[in-house]
Structures are given as structure tokens and as C-alpha cells.
Design a protein around this ligand. Sequence first.
Ligand code: T4K
Length: 393
Amino acid sequence: MVAVFDQPIYVTRPILPDLGLVTEKLEQIWAAQWLTNGGGQHNLLEARLRERLAVPYLALFNNGTNALMAAVDCLGLSGEVITTPFTFVATTHSLAQNGLVPVFCDVDQSTMNIDATRIESLITPRTTAIMPVHVYGMPCDVGRIDAIARQHRLRVIYDAAHAFGTEIDGVGIGTFGDVTMFSFHATKTFHTVEGGALAFADPEFKQRIERYKNFGICDEETVSMVGFNGKLNELQAAVGLTVLDCLDDELAKRRNIIRLYRDHLSGVDGIELAPLMPGVVSNPSYFVIRVDEAAFGCGRDDVYGFLREHNVFARKYFYPLCSEFGPYRHLPSSSAENLPVATRIARQVLALPLYGALAESHVDRICELILSAPSGRRPLPTGEARHQPPVLV
Ligand code: T4K
């Protein structure tokens, strides 16, 4: 029998760079007396990330959701946008906030990304764009999606919130479609506490988006568009620069943990692991299993509940589907008949703890727990507290 963990084990933990290095950056900021609005740390981070992600242009934002909303607005989209229901709700909200109708497309059984073979059947005269998501850092079928977009004159905005550093045959994930969004939230591999970015190839878009994220201001006396405040400040940028310096170490540790999980869980009846895609370097942001109740003997919710009882806070990313949430469930494309694969997968997925500091022995114990989870629905507390942030005194 596996003992209860004495400390909670969360689905992830942020990279925390050496505090001395962060302090050095803070001293630079204090000396410059420049806290936000495109300061030195911001500009340095933009340059370093452009190089790291191998993208022509980058615009930094104060979070990924604002970046996505700005991209949608600046591309001047209208009508309907084809997207995936199997994502974090920010993807769908970025469309609805801009007055667009999300049209949900089912996902691919293996990659869990939008099923590119089903996109064309959803195009109507009102469709102006496609918004796919590289879920868990695994790339969508970008070749097919971009070809469909070209043929039907649609825009493509990729949500790459999970896909920092993902590459296909050595090509950066931020170079596909019209615009790609990255999230730099604390729970992502690379982070700026809160933050995000847009990557794109069009220099005119760079000018437009920079203006948009600064209230649409051109100069002291001219405002040329309805913009908002989407700026990443100097403290966020400074944290980002220090995180960037320890990112490779974190990625190596996470890849080792993924290898351990795979060693324990590959070949287990009823547990499906994410595919290894040839030619793809995937961002190790999540390690997700799918539990097939009939074959495994107990369901995803049983495993989730059993882990919780042992102080392990795995997460059901992404359950429920966005199409099942109140603001979207009335849409015709939200019906479960339209989304059979996504509906099934959402009831099977479980994101397991993954972060560099997770001990190998803890991975062993988590896998033991999964493999010994008893069947029978466990009553879960309603309105589940996902975690208790520490109380400061
Ligand atoms: N598109 C996609 C596909 C996305 O997944 C996201 C965000 C976005 C767009 C929007 O990007 P941002 O606007 O966020 O940049 C988390 C994140 O808040 C969210 O960024 C992320 N996706 C989503 C998948 O996960 P929650 O509500 O699950 O986070 P929370 O607070 O429950 O944290 C998860 C675990 O992480 C905790 O149990 C403990 C640990 N944790 C968390 C924080 C914040 C820490 O150890 N330290 C921390 O500081 O949404």
C-alpha cells in the first residue's frame, strides 16, 4: 500500500530562478526608474525570445488571453471562427469577447488537437478564420490547416499557450499561420509570472499590434484605434529573463520525468499515452494519460479521486469541454453528436504532476497509486477546492 504524501503534489510548480539573480535585475530596474511601457528588460526579453523561438516578429503581452484577444481584433475577423472545444476556456473566450461565434470542430483521436480533416465541412460564408490549439505542446496538422486556410482565404491564429519551443522538423511552431500566441503564465514551462506573446511574420502587423496593446496611441496627441492595455511590465520581463536562463535545465528534468512515467505506464491495458510524433520536438508542459474505464477496470474519476486521497492533485485538463460551459452550450456546434471524440476524450484525460523538482521516487509512487486505484465512483467534494494557496502571516 502506498502511503499518503505528506506534502501536496500539484500538477505543476513554476520555475523559481535564484532570487539573487532576480534581485540583480530588480536593481537595474530601480536604477533606470523605468517600470513599464516598453522598458529595457521588456525589449531585451523580446529580442531573446524572438531568437529562441526563431520567429520573425514578436509582441509581448501581460498575459496570453489578452494576446489572443488582441490578435483576433487586429486581424479584423468577423462572423464565425472554427476552433476546438478541447482547450482551456480562454481560447473560446477570446473569440466571444470580440463578438465572434465559435464553431466547434471535433478533435483527432490520437493527438487530441483539432481534426483537420473535419474543418472544411464546417466552413460557411460567414467563416473568417480557424483557431486551432497545440494542446499539451503537441503540434496540430499545420500543413493541412494552413492549406485549407489558403484555399478558402481564411486567417489562422494558433493558440500555442502550451507549445513554447515546440518544433516540427526543426521549424519553430510560431512560424505557422498568420499569428501564434504563447502563454507565459506561471504554470507554463517558460513564464514571466503572468505574460504572453504573439509571433508573426508581417512587419505591418507588428506596428499595429504594438499600438493596440498601448491603448491605440500613436503619439501624445493621436489615438488611431480602439486599443487596450496589454503591456508586459519590467518586473515580469526581468523574471522572464532569469527564467529563460534556467529553462533548459528544467526541460531536461521534465523530459526525464516523462521518460519515467512512460516506463511505468506504457503497455498498461486501458491507459493510453500521448503519441510520440516523428520529427517533432514537443514542449514538455503536460504529461497526460487517458483512462479507458472498460479496459483499465476503473475510470478517470476513480484515479483522480484516489490520487487526491493520497495528496496528489492531478488535473482533468480539459474537462468539461468549452462547448459544455454555460456561455457556449447553446451553440449548434456544441452538441455531443458533433463532437464524439472530444466528448469521450474529455472524460478520460488526466494530467499528472510534471515539474523539474518532482522526485523520481515520487513519480514511482504516483504510478503505483494509478495502477492500484480501486474502481467504484468516489464521491468528490462539490465545488472541489483545487488547491490551497499558502497563507501568509
Ligand atoms: N490557451 C490555452 C490553451 C491555455 O491553456 C491558456 C492558459 C490560455 C490560452 C490563456 O493563457 P494565460 O492568459 O493564462 O496566459 C491554469 C493557468 O492559470 C492557465 O494559464 C492555463 N492555461 C491553464 C491550463 O491552467 P488553473 O485554473 O488550472 O490554474 P491553478 O491556479 O489551478 O494552478 C494549477 C496548479 O499549479 C496548482 O494546483 C498549483 C500550481 N501552481 C499554480 C500557480 C498559479 C503553483 O505551484 N504556483 C503558482 O503560482 O489555470
